[in-house]
Design a protein around this ligand. Structure first.
Ligand code: ASP
Length: 466
């Protein structure tokens, strides 16, 4: 066609002009001789009217069109009368009067309705046909909002001297409290990589490496038991800084969170700034949970109640009576509690520098100041009952790195899926993850996990026990 394509959202700038649009047919409606088409492109919806009196040929072509066909339509942009304006669509002040209609691709009848918000459709079907499900306007909004949030995070941190560094996905098991996903090595049969539960060790090693301000939009993998709103892989904003105190890290993150809400979500109201800082003891006594929902009005979808929770116990007892960390083994105790750790005294009394950020009853992130002295880090593993040999085998690389001048450092990670989900007023993190898995960890579209060939297993030296 001769005319350059414009987007649905741009049509109001072209009143009385001839334009061409391309997109998907959301709905076709026949009204007597007139055919109405709602065309969807990445900018939104435009209504097209096909009148046989304007073009017999266009009308005959349009009469064959069905939902989700891909079409190219040329026509004249007409201003709608005041009483016909549709505020719900981006081009609601105009409609396109077709002079030419061309089918670019046909579509089978979609197995799921794409004209609604989609909540009423069985989720398995939505996940199986995710490439269709993502066409619906609500899902387009969600993935576009997610992009904007991530872009704004990147720009903000870049301006503040942070750099984004990618860290490996094939790595070694990290003690983050969950089960690892492991990947067999072909070149070294019987050995395995682990997928990172978080970039924790790498980001600390980047501090040893002199990066000083690191962040990453990082994929993390945890092989945890099935839960409705949990994904085997999820995304963190991961961040680490050198030469900082707990207050510095909290301040920076608070600024970033406020900036994101003000810039991207002007309709939302933050209940209280600076964010309240509550101790673990306080919230447990008052709310019985360490992620309280502090909203004064829980009916208001646009109210955001952030809070920091601090002063968590460092260690807790496991079922078999041993000590384990509550959050992160690499954390430092509070400066005033360091003496207890070094003397391995009153273990249950030691409080960590951990800070969690909660929003409307969800923990959306957490981090700490780290133990940058190798001797202090070693003590943590000793408290947990590790033998010297085990410490060496599991954390030797960290202790060694720290022996070459590790700066004091600390950081945080946000669960980005959850954060976006709350900002979008969504019902689950799966609504803001383009290709989400089921609660059982299945990818219904790709049909993963799946079996692999005998040949692949043989190369890996693996036998499946039936
Ligand atoms: N690595 C931690 C986590 O994934 C966060 C942090 O302490 O930075 O929860």
């Amino acid at each position: 066609m001769s005319l350059k394509r414009i987007l649905a959202a741009e049509t109001p700038d072209h009143i009385d002009e001839e334009v061409t649009i391309q997109g998907w047919v959301k709905i076709r409606r026949d009204h007597g001789k007139l055919i109405f088409l709602d065309i969807r492109d990445r900018s939104g919806i435009i209504q097209v009217v096909v009148n046989p009196r304007v073009s017999e040929e266009a009308h005959s072509e349009a009469s064959k069109i069905r939902s989700e066909f891909v079409v190219e339509i040329t026509g004249k942009v007409n201003k709608r009368p005041e009483n016909a304006i549709n505020k719900d669509i981006v081009s609601g002040t105009v409609e396109l009067e077709a002079t030419g209609v061309k089918v670019l691709a046909k579509s089978e009848t979609p197995p799921i309705d794409l004209t609604t918000e989609g909540y009423e459709i069985g989720e398995d079907l939505r996940l199986k046909y995710r490439y269709l499900d993502l066409r619906r306007e609500r899902m387009q909004k969600n993935i576009r909002a997610r992009h904007k949030i991530i872009k704004e995070i990147r720009d903000f941190l870049d301006k503040d001297g942070f750099i984004e560094v990618e860290t490996p996905v094939l790595t070694k098991s990290t003690p983050e409290g969950a089960r690892d996903y492991i990947v067999p090595s072909r070149l070294e049969n019987g050995r395995f990589y682990a997928l990172p539960q978080s970039p924790q060790q790498y980001k600390q090693l980047l501090m040893v490496a002199g990066v000083e301000r690191y962040f990453q939009i990082a994929r993390c993998f945890r092989d945890e038991d099935t839960r409705a709103d949990r994904q085997p892989e999820f995304t963190q904003l991961d961040l680490e800084m050198s030469f900082v105190t707990r207050e510095d890290v909290m301040d920076l993150n608070e600024k970033l969170l406020i900036h994101l809400v003000h810039t991207l979500m002007p309709g939302k109201k933050i209940q209280e700034t600076p964010f309240p800082r509550l101790t673990y003891k306080e919230v447990m006594e008052k709310y019985g949970t360490d992620r309280p929902d502090l909203r004064k009005d829980k009916e208001d979808m646009d109210l955001l109640a952030f809070a920091w929770i601090i002063d968590f116990p460092f260690f807790e007892k496991t079922e078999d009576g041993k000590w384990t960390f509550t959050h992160n083994p690499f954390s430092s105790p509070r400066p005033e509690d360091m003496k207890l750790l070094m003397e391995k005294k009153d273990i249950g009394e030691i409080l960590t520098t951990q800070y969690d950020i909660v929003l409307n009853g969800f923990e959306i992130g957490g981090g700490s100041i780290r133990n940058h002295e190798p001797e202090a880090l070693r003590k943590v593993f000793e408290v947990m009952g590790y033998e010297d040999k085990e410490i060496e085998a599991n954390f030797g690389h960290m202790l060694k790195a720290f022996s070459y001048g590790a700066p004091p450092h600390g950081g945080i990670a946000w669960g980005l899926d959850r954060f976006v989900d709350i900002l979008q007023n969504e019902t689950s993190i799966r609504e803001v993850i383009a290709f989400a898995k089921t609660g059982e960890g299945r990818d219904l579209m790709m049909e993963a996990p799946s079996q692999v060939s005998e040949k692949q297993l043989k190369e890996l030296g693996i036998k499946i026990s039936k």
